[in-house]
Design a protein around this ligand. Sequence first.
Ligand SMILES: Cc1cc2nc3c(=O)[nH]c(=O)nc-3n(C[C@H](O)[C@H](O)[C@H](O)COP(=O)(O)O)c2cc1C
Length: 158
Amino acid sequence: MDISKLKKAFGSFATGVTVVATCEANHTPRGFTANSFSSVSLEPPLLLICIAKSALSLAVFKEASFFSVNILSETQREVARVFASQSEEKFDSVPWESGFKNVPLLSGSLARFVCKTDRHIEAGDHTILIGEVKDFDYKKGNPLSYFRGQYVSLTNNL
Ligand SMILES: Cc1cc2nc3c(=O)[nH]c(=O)nc-3n(C[C@H](O)[C@H](O)[C@H](O)COP(=O)(O)O)c2cc1C
């Protein structure tokens, strides 16, 4: 199978963009840009995110009892760019605060979920991380979207 063509075909599914974040045991915040977010269940409230086995933060997320998912607004393109890097200073250049259970929450996000780790599922070159939502907020605004390898904006302002 042609993997680069498969990647392009998967990229035909337009998504939002999130930053998934947690803290190491020594309180260092860690996070990465992810578009593999999906809501899973309302009762109980579950969501998922897929983490590449190549991600530097994989081990931290596998150890974490709590993590956040921050759904980015169209004003947060730079945040998405920073968190898609492997920089050690990702949190130095973006506004954030500590939420429930001290997980990092990115200021200005359209919606923010604090989750308790429910389970991990190994799936090929990714680990599926399922979280149970323990706290959340959301606000009005336009989402940052991603389609065929590019950030795109929707302008509904709902
Ligand atoms: C729009 C976009 C979506 C991404 N989605 C994911 C994803 O769902 N899962 C993932 O593991 N990496 C995803 N990545 C790649 C990670 O953000 C990138 O590999 C990052 O450097 C990982 O950080 P870390 O190595 O510090 O953990 C995405 C990148 C971009 C630009």
